[in-house]
Design a protein around this ligand. Structure first.
Ligand code: ADP
Length: 472
C-alpha cells in the first residue's frame, strides 16, 4: 500500500489483540455501532478499587468452542450499552492495543457475553482512525490471519495476566511476608495476606470455599503458604481446602507435612539415597548406650524433633553427657534424634534456596565463636556462597523427594560431599536476600506465574461440580 493512500478496510477483517494474548480475531467492521465490543464470557472483576481489573474468557474461533483463552485487562469504565436487540446492560470497558496489518493503535472495547454473536469482535466507528475508509462491499483487505496461530500458545507463551494471590501467614509484617507482597504487587498481581488461624471452612461441600471473618473468601489463583510450625496441622487443612477450590498452592499440604515431620522427612530422604549425617531416632529408649552406639559413639548431637532455630539442639562431647541428655529427653516424653556430630563442618552450614527444581541462591552460615549451631537466630553470620554441582544436585533432589516447590535445604559440607540436615518448607527470605543480593521474592512470584494453570482449565473443574479432591 503506497504511503498516504487511505487505509482501506472491508466489512470483515482479521486483527489481533496482542496485549490480551489474542493473535487472531475475525472482526465485523460495524460503522453502525459507535462502540467496539468483544464477546467474552465468565467476566470477573478483581483487584483493588484503585486499580480495577477484569478477567474473562474468550473463544476466538466461533467454530471451535474448545479453543478458550483467558484474558485480563485494566477496566477504564463501566457503561450502559444497548445492543441491537434492544437489551441494555452495564458493560465493562477495557482499553487495549489492536494490530491491523502494520498498524497498532489503542482501542476501547466493551465486554459483552451475548452468545449469539457470530463475530467475536465488533469494530465500531469510534475505533476507526481518521485515515481509514470502510468499503462495505469488500472484506479482508488486511493480511489474512488464522486460528492456527493459537496452536500451543498457552504453553509456549503463557498469557501474562494479573493473579489473585493469597499469602497464608500469621505474620503479615515480617520481612518475608512484606517482600512477597511487594514483589507480587510490583509484578501487577493482587495479593492479600490471610491469617491461617482465622480461616474456617465447611468440609464436604461440592463448592469448597474458605471462610474468613464472616465471609467466604474469593477464589484465588494461587496460595503462598507460610505456615508456622505451631499450627502445621491446621494450616495444612486450610491449604487442602484452598487447593480444592482450584487454587495453585506453592507448596502443597502433603509436602509441608512431609518436611515438618522430621522422622518422615529423614526416612524419605534416606530412601532416595540422599546423604545425611548418621542418625538414630528414639522416643523413650531403655537402652541409652545402644542408642549412642548406633551413631558410632560420641561426640553426638541430640535434637528434639520439635526444635526450630537451633533451640532444641545440643552437642554432647562425652558419653556421660550424652547419656544424661538422653535420660533428660526421655523424661520429656518427646521424640528426639541422636546424630553423628560432623565436626569438619566447623560450625558452619549451607542453606540452598530451591525454587521449582532450581537452586536460585545459597548462603553459608557460620556460627559464633564457641558455638556449633550456625542458626542466624543464634548469632550466626551469613555470606553468599557458590555451591558445587554435587551440593546443588543434593539440594534439588531433597526438595523434589519431599515434593516442595520452594524449599530451604540445609547442608553440611563434608569431605564425603554434602549431607542434608533439614529441608524447610517456609524458608525465610531475609538472610538469603541479604547474603546473595538477589530478589528471591520476585523469583518466587515468577514461579507462581509459570505454575498457575490457564483459567479455562480451572473453570472446567469449577463449573461442573468436581468430585476430584486434591489431597496433596
Ligand atoms: P534447627 O532445625 O533447630 O535449626 P538444625 O538441625 O538445623 O536445628 O541444627 C542447628 C544447627 O546446628 C545447624 O544449622 C548446624 O550448624 C548445627 N548442626 C546440626 N546438626 C549437626 C551435626 N550433626 N553436626 C554438626 N553440626 C550440626
Amino acid at each position: 500500500m503506497p504511503k498516504n493512500a487511505p487505509f482501506e478496510l472491508g466489512w470483515e477483517e482479521w486483527l489481533s489483540l496482542p496485549d490480551l494474548g489474542l493473535p487472531a480475531i475475525k472482526a465485523k467492521i460495524d460503522t453502525g455501532a459507535k462502540t467496539s465490543a468483544l464477546h467474552a464470557s465468565v467476566i470477573e472483576p478483581f483487584g483493588p478499587p484503585a486499580n480495577p481489573q477484569v478477567r474473562f474468557l474468550i473463544q476466538p474461533d466461533p467454530n471451535d468452542p474448545s479453543l478458550e483463552v483467558t484474558c485480563s485487562a485494566p477496566v477504564v469504565d463501566r457503561r450502559e450499552v444497548t445492543s441491537s436487540n434492544g437489551v441494555t446492560e452495564l458493560r465493562y470497558v477495557i482499553e487495549t492495543v489492536v494490530e491491523m496489518g502494520t498498524r497498532r493503535f489503542p482501542i476501547q472495547l466493551t465486554l459483552s457475553n451475548r452468545e449469539t454473536m457470530t463475530y467475536r469482535m465488533l469494530f465500531g466507528r469510534g475505533a476507526i482512525q481518521p485515515d481509514m475508509v470502510v468499503d462495505a462491499n469488500e472484506s479482508f483487505r488486511m493480511p489474512e490471519l488464522s486460528y492456527d496461530l493459537y496452536k500451543g500458545l498457552p504453553k509456549k507463551t503463557p498469557v501474562k495476566r494479573p493473579l489473585r494471590i493469597a499469602l497464608l501467614t500469621r505474620e503479615p509484617n515480617n520481612y518475608s511476608s512484606r517482600r512477597l507482597v511487594e514483589a507480587a504487587r510490583a509484578r501487577g498481581h493482587v495479593i492479600e495476606t490471610i491469617d491461617t488461624a482465622r480461616c474456617y471452612m465447611q468440609i464436604g461441600t461440592l463448592y469448597p470455599t474458605v471462610h474468613y471473618d464472616g465471609k467466604a473468601l474469593p477464589r484465588y489463583d494461587a496460595v503462598i503458604p507460610r505456615i508456622g510450625a505451631k499450627i502445621t496441622d491446621y494450616g495444612m487443612a486450610v491449604l487442602r481446602q484452598f487447593s480444592n477450590t482450584g487454587a495453585f498452592c506453592l507448596n502443597g499440604a502433603g509436602s509441608i507435612g512431609r518436611s515438618r515431620d522430621k522422622l518422615l522427612a529423614q526416612q524419605l530422604l534416606a530412601r532416595a539415597n540422599i546423604a545425611m549425617p548418621v542418625t538414630a531416632f528414639a522416643h523413650s529408649p531403655k537402652d541409652t548406650k545402644d542408642l549412642i552406639d548406633l551413631v558410632d559413639g560420641t561426640p553426638v548431637v541430640l535434637k528434639l524433633l520439635t526444635s526450630t532455630q537451633g533451640r532444641g539442639v545440643v552437642l554432647a562431647e562425652t558419653r556421660k553427657a550424652a547419656e544424661s541428655l538422653v535420660d533428660a529427653f526421655r523424661g520429656l516424653d518427646a521424640d528426639f534424634l541422636v546424630q553423628e556430630f560432623v565436626a569438619e563442618a566447623a560450625g558452619a552450614d549451607v542453606r540452598a534456596f530451591v525454587i521449582g527444581n532450581k537452586v536460585v541462591g545459597a548462603m553459608k552460615r557460620q556460627a559464633q565463636k564457641g558455638e556449633f549451631r550456625s542458626n542466624l537466630h543464634r548469632g550466626g553470620t551469613a555470606s553468599n556462597i557458590r555451591l558445587t554441582a554435587a551440593e546443588r544436585d543434593t539440594a534439588r533432589e531433597a526438595a523434589k523427594v519431599l515434593g516442595l516447590n520452594v524449599a530451604g535445604v540445609d547442608l553440611l559440607q563434608t569431605s564425603e560431599g554434602p549431607k542434608v540436615l533439614e529441608v524447610n518448607s517456609s524458608p525465610g527470605l531475609e538472610g538469603i536476600e541479604k547474603a546473595t543480593g538477589k530478589d528471591i521474592a520476585a523469583l518466587i512470584i515468577q514461579h507462581v506465574e509459570r505454575q498457575v494453570r490457564p483459567l479455562s482449565r480451572d473453570r472446567e473443574a469449577l463449573g461442573r461440580p468436581s468430585r476430584r479432591i486434591n489431597v496433596n
